[in-house]
Design a protein around this ligand. Structure first.
Ligand code: AMX
Length: 435
């Protein structure tokens, strides 16, 4: 596997640098921490080493330095006018270099092959759950059930050198990423399509295969799925799914345990579940207003009511971003190009016209602009994937690309167990001489 060779070549000197940096500058002060930061979710506190991507409050995500529009130009595609292949983004996050078409093909083939290895008990475990168990419960249960295959655990027990931990981690990560679309599609077909399952097509790329196995085997859904899988892949290290994966991984838990932790976090309504909740919010609004095509002033009134009830407007706001999320914008552009008359996209536009103003008026929301989830569900729905409880699962399949790549780097760097200090309320009170 030449990708593995490449990782050693790039990773070893970086790992040495981390050690040396620590030795020479371990006591240097890099930032002051305020009480406010600790009590509001550690926002802005630099406390993680993440190399796969970086989030700027104004311009949004960059993967290894490249913005989404740049990657749309630079990453290999199936067709010139199409969307980049997520395999290419994975390669970029893993190695820091832009892939060739050949690198991407090699990953597509490897993943199609590795996807065949899901042990039968994983499907038994899914089947043992009630069909109305939320798809994220089924997804995460399957991920944990797959950890029986962990190569890391076996290698650890045989007693390997720490320096080599990244190797079996890489194998586990490749297996896991390859198998997630199969699991996601299985759950989708089980819950929403009468258990009519569709086999993988090894000639397809990873994202197209997911669409194919879900039963949405058209070129336009392949294209949409590639876009979706690219933009949800990573959002630097501190978001709940990335941080949870890293944290649990720091105990040397295998990639399945680690990723499962991240997915439990993604299932929260303030994080990945927001994409489903946006659809829930829109449909409830249409029902309550009694129209599929409410006016902007009706939407405004409904949104005001949501705020009055002390609830959040899903799809808006962000812990880091302070402008419209470029992941929202790229989806809106895609929609305007390929589904300009879709009613749900027009609805997204109308909501976009009224909600930021309302959130600004509250005086407390730090970012009144839409995030990735404000449109992703409406876009999927407009292309026929209308069963919105599956949306967070699709987010999760994509998120594996970034957080599991970082897990390989955690092992390459030899990062230790994470263990921040906690204090009780009295300590904080005394520290600031609170009267
Ligand atoms: N609607 C109503 N109120 C909101 C809001 C929204 N969309 N976004 C933030 N607020 C409120 C907060 O609840 C908080 O209220 P409080 O002081 O009464 O507790 C106040 O504004 C300040 O919060 P903040 O500093 O602006 O946000 P945060 O960093 O604490 O939280 C986020 C960020 C995303 C959880 C929040 O904006 C939110 O709840 N948004 C809606 C859910 C959502 O879309 N989540 C998806 C985010 C992207 C992702 O991870 N997929």
């Amino acid at each position: 596997d030449y990708i593995k060779e490449k990782i050693i070549e790039i990773g070893r000197p970086k790992a040495e640098m981390v050690k040396d940096l620590l030795k020479k500058h371990g006591d240097d002060v890099i930032q002051d921490v305020t009480l406010g930061q600790v009590l509001t979710g550690m926002k802005g506190m630099v406390s993680l080493l993440t190399c796969t991507s970086k989030l700027d409050a104004e311009e949004g995500i960059r993967f290894r330095g490249y913005s989404i529009p740049q990657l749309q130009e630079l990453l290999p595609k199936v067709k010139k006018e199409g969307e980049p292949l997520p395999e290419g983004l994975f390669y970029l996050m893993l190695t820091g270099e832009l892939p060739t078409k050949e690198d991407v093909n090699q990953i597509s083939e490897q993943w199609a092959q590795r996807s065949q290895g899901i042990p039968p008990h994983v499907f038994d475990v899914i089947n043992a759950l009630p069909k109305d168990a939320h798809p994220m419960i089924q997804f995460n249960t399957a991920i944990l059930a797959m950890s029986t295959e962990s190569q890391f655990r076996k290698a650890y027990l045989t007693g390997m050198d720490k320096k080599d931990y990244w190797g079996p981690t890489y194998e586990g990560v490749m297996d896991l990423i390859s198998r997630l679309p199969v699991i996601a599609a299985y759950i989708y077909r089980r819950v929403f399509h009468n258990e009519q399952y569709i086999d993988i097509d090894p000639s397809h790329d990873w994202a197209a295969n997911l669409a194919h196995m879900m039963g949405h085997d058209t070129e336009e859904v392949h294209r949409l799925m590639r876009l979706y899988m690219m933009i949800h892949a990573d959002h630097e290290g501190g978001n709940v799914s990335a941080h949870a994966t890293h944290l649990v991984g720091s105990a040397l838990s295998n990639p399945y345990y680690s990723f499962s932790a991240g997915m439990n976090g993604l299932a929260g309504p303030l994080h990945g579940m927001a994409n489903q909740n946006v659809m829930h919010w829109i449909h409830k609004m249409m029902r309550e207003i009694g129209s599929e095509n409410p006016t902007e002033s009706q939407i405004k009134e409904y949104a005001e009511m949501t705020l009055k009830k002390g609830q959040v407007i899903p799809g808006y706001g962000h812990a880091v971003l302070r402008k419209t999320d470029p992941r929202f914008t790229v989806q809106l552009e895609f929609a305007k190009k390929y589904a300009p008359n879709a009613p749900l996209i027009q609805m997204v536009d109308k909501i976009y016209n009224v909600v930021p103003g309302l959130l600004t008026q509250t005086g407390k929301v730090k970012n009144p602009w839409p995030n990735v989830d404000a449109i992703s569900g409406s876009l999927l729905s407009s292309f026929g994937i209308t069963e919105y409880p599956i949306y967070t699962v699709l987010f999760g399949v994509s998120r594996s690309l970034g957080v599991l790549t970082q897990l390989i780097w955690d092992r390459l760097y030899g990062l230790p167990i994470e263990r921040p200090k906690s204090q009780n309320l009295k300590w904080f009170v005394d520290k600031v001489n609170y009267q």
